[in-house]
Ligand binder design. Structure first.
Ligand code: FE
Length: 288
């Protein structure tokens, strides 16, 4: 037996496994958005449950916002790229999310909040990602991290790439978000034309790449990824993404799968139907 094998083996590069084009839909009070990932794919994308992109310069598409609604059992992560959104909840927390800001909300045992646009027209562009919590933490205390744009560390590399480290680590720079149970990696990467981005990711993590702008190719097989597409990747230890003939931007979204049963009803994500019934009951009785 050659014990050196495991050391000398080069890291496998992750290749595309699923390409998701997104579905036009509406949520909240008539907000138009593109649902890149929905809960039907939650097993595949574990620990991620949903990814929405909202991107419109027409006020009519977003003005209704997301009036008061509950969440229980998971975390919501909002990334603002353009525009302003005000957030307010039933526990007295209030925040104003501007361009480049990130809100990391741990709904856990329950929160009721509203997310309302602070403009009547002009570009409103951002993302909301739902990240599951382990069973043991679904009923823990809710919490927030409102992170403004200037508090997100930015790594500028010699090749011209710029990496905003929201969660995880890059070149020794730690992300703005405190450690989470699913060990998420969330990077916002800008690449000049033709530049390659290589990033080590734990072998057990689920890894997705979302195209923001430009044209990208992923893995050694150079699978094309366009803006407004989400790609799920197969096994490996290394993520490799390359920009095409133009500058490009993408999000890296990765986390440790929970491999626990998922019971999902609207804004509640628990492990069993009984826990879902309890969530509805608790909400209706004002226990959030
Ligand atoms: Fe919400």
């Amino acid at each position: 037996m050659k014990h050196s094998d495991s050391i000398t083996t080069t890291a496998r590069i992750r290749e595309a496994s699923h390409l998701l084009p997104g579905q036009a839909t509406q949520d909240g009070a008539g907000v138009k958005l593109t649902r890149m990932l929905d809960s039907r794919l939650a097993e595949l994308a574990d620990p991620f449950l949903m990814l929405d992109e909202f991107r419109s310069d027409s006020g009519a598409d977003y003005i209704g916002g997301f009036p008061a609604h509950p969440h229980r059992g998971f975390e919501t992560i909002t990334l603002m790229f353009a525009g302003r959104m005000r957030h307010r909840d039933n526990q007295g927390n209030e925040g104003d999310l501007g361009p480049g800001a990130v809100q990391w909300m741990t709904a856990a045992r329950g929160i009721v909040h509203e997310e309302m646009p602070q403009q009547e027209d002009g570009l409103m562009w951002g993302y909301q990602l739902w990240l599951n919590l382990p069973a043991a933490m679904k009923m823990s205390e809710p919490g927030y991290q409102d992170i403004d744009a200037t508090s997100i560390p930015e790594v500028r590399r010699a090749d011209g790439s710029v990496i905003r480290v929201i969660a995880g680590e890059r070149d020794g720079v730690r992300g703005a978000v405190r450690p989470r149970p699913t060990e998420p990696i969330l990077l916002d990467v800008k690449l000049p034309a033709g530049v390659r981005f290589v990033h080590a990711v734990p072998a057990g993590h689920t890894v997705m790449v979302h195209g923001v702008s430009g044209e990208l190719s992923v893995g050694e097989r150079a699978q094309p990824l366009k803006a407004r597409q989400l790609m799920l990747l197969g096994p490996g230890e290394t993520l490799q993404v390359e920009a095409g003939n133009d500058d490009a931007q993408f999000l890296v979204i990765a986390g440790r799968p929970l491999r626990e049963p998922i019971a999902h009803y609207g804004p509640f994500v628990m492990n069993t139907q009984e826990e879902l019934r309890q969530a509805v009951h608790d909400f209706q009785n004002g226990r959030f």
